[in-house]
Design a binder for this molecule. Structure first.
Ligand code: DGL
Length: 273
C-alpha cells in the first residue's frame, strides 16, 4: 500500500480554486495539491480527444506527486475525460482514484427545485456531452433539464474581464436565452467552476425568485461523505493542513489572479508536463 499523500485538485485553470476554497473550509486538516493547466485553458471548446489527453497528463502528474485521490474540479474534464480515465487508465486493484464534479452535483440538484425545472449553464464541451441531463435523470427522473452553453464566459474570466461591461453583455445574453427556452425553471446550476466569479452579474440578470447554485459546497460535502464511506482511501490522504499550488503557465500571473477564486493569496510554482 502506498504512503499517505495530498488530495489532488485539478482544473484547466483557476476555476477549480472555487471548489478547493469550499473543500478546505469543510475539510481543513487534509493536505491539498492544486494543479491548473492554465497554459492550455480553456478546455471548454476543445475536442474530446484533447480534453482527455490533457486531463490524463495532469492526473498522471498529480499521481507522480504522491496523490492517491484526485478530484477533477472541472466540469469539462469531468464530462469529457473522467469516464475514459476511470475505465482505461486506472489500474484495477490499486489505491488510485479519480472523481469528478458532475455526479455529486446531479445527485442533489433536484432537491433545490420546486417546479422540477432546472437550468444548467456550462462550457460548450460540458453542454454538448449531455452529462448533466443524463446524470440528473438517474437521480431525479421527473426533473426537466434545460441547458445553455456560454462559450465566452471562461475566456472572459481567465482574462480578468469578469467585472467589465463586456461581461454584462455575454451574461445577459445567455441568461435570457435560457429563461426564454424554459419558463418555469426556479433553479440555475453554474455547471462550470469558473462561473462563481460572475455571480454578481448572473444574479443581476436573473429574476430574484430563481435560485442560483454554485458547486463548491456540494462537491465539498460529497468529498467529506466519500472519505467517511471509504476509510482505506481516507487513510491515504495526509493530514498536515498544507496547500500547494502548481500551474503549467506563469506562476506570477497565477498568483495575481488566483486570489479572486480562492479567496486568499496564493503562491504557486510553475511546472512543465
Ligand atoms: N472550470 C472549467 C469547467 O468547470 C472550465 C473549463 C474550461 O477550461 O473551459 O468546466
Amino acid at each position: 500500500m502506498q504512503q499517505a499523500g495530498p488530495i489532488g485538485i485539478f482544473d484547466s485553470g483557476y476555476g477549480g480554486l472555487t471548489v478547493l476554497r469550499e473543500i478546505v473550509q469543510q475539510l481543513p486538516d487534509y493536505d491539498y495539491l492544486y494543479l491548473g493547466d492554465n497554459a492550455r485553458a480553456p478546455y471548454g471548446t476543445r475536442s474530446f480527444e484533447m480534453v482527455y489527453q490533457y486531463t490524463l497528463e495532469c492526473v498522471n502528474w498529480l499521481f507522480s506527486q504522491g496523490c492517491s485521490l484526485i478530484i477533477l474540479a472541472c466540469n469539462t474534464a469531468s464530462a469529457k475525460a473522467l469516464r475514459s480515465i476511470q475505465q482505461r487508465d486506472l489500474v484495477p486493484g490499486t489505491d488510485k482514484r479519480v472523481l469528478g464534479v458532475i455526479r455529486p452535483t446531479a445527485e442533489v440538484i433536484g432537491n433545490y427545485s420546486q417546479t422540477t425545472k432546472v437550468g444548467i449553464l456550462g462550457t460548450p464541451g460540458t453542454i454538448a456531452s449531455e452529462s448533466y441531463p443524463i446524470e440528473i435523470k438517474k437521480f431525479f427522473p421527473d426533473v426537466q433539464v434545460f441547458q445553455e452553453a456560454c462559450p465566452m464566459w471562461v475566456p472572459l474570466i481567465e482574462n480578468n474581464e469578469q467585472d467589465s461591461p463586456g461581461a454584462d453583455l455575454f451574461v445577459e445574453r445567455h441568461i435570457s436565452n435560457l429563461l426564454h427556452r424554459s419558463p418555469g425553471i426556479d433553479t440555475i446550476l453554474l455547471g462550470c467552476t469558473h462561473y462563481p466569479l460572475l455571480m454578481d452579474k448572473i444574479r443581476a440578470h436573473t429574476p430574484a425568485d430563481v435560485r442560483i447554485i454554485a458547486q463548491g459546497e456540494i462537491v465539498a460535502s460529497s468529498l467529506a461523505d466519500y472519505l467517511r464511506r471509504h476509510p482505506v482511501q481516507e487513510m491515504l490522504c495526509s493530514r498536515g493542513g498544507q496547500r500547494r499550488f502548481f500551474t503549467t503557465d506563469s506562476a506570477g500571473e497565477f498568483d495575481r489572479q488566483a486570489g479572486a477564486f480562492f479567496g486568499q493569496p496564493v503562491q504557486s510554482t510553475h511546472i512543465t508536463l
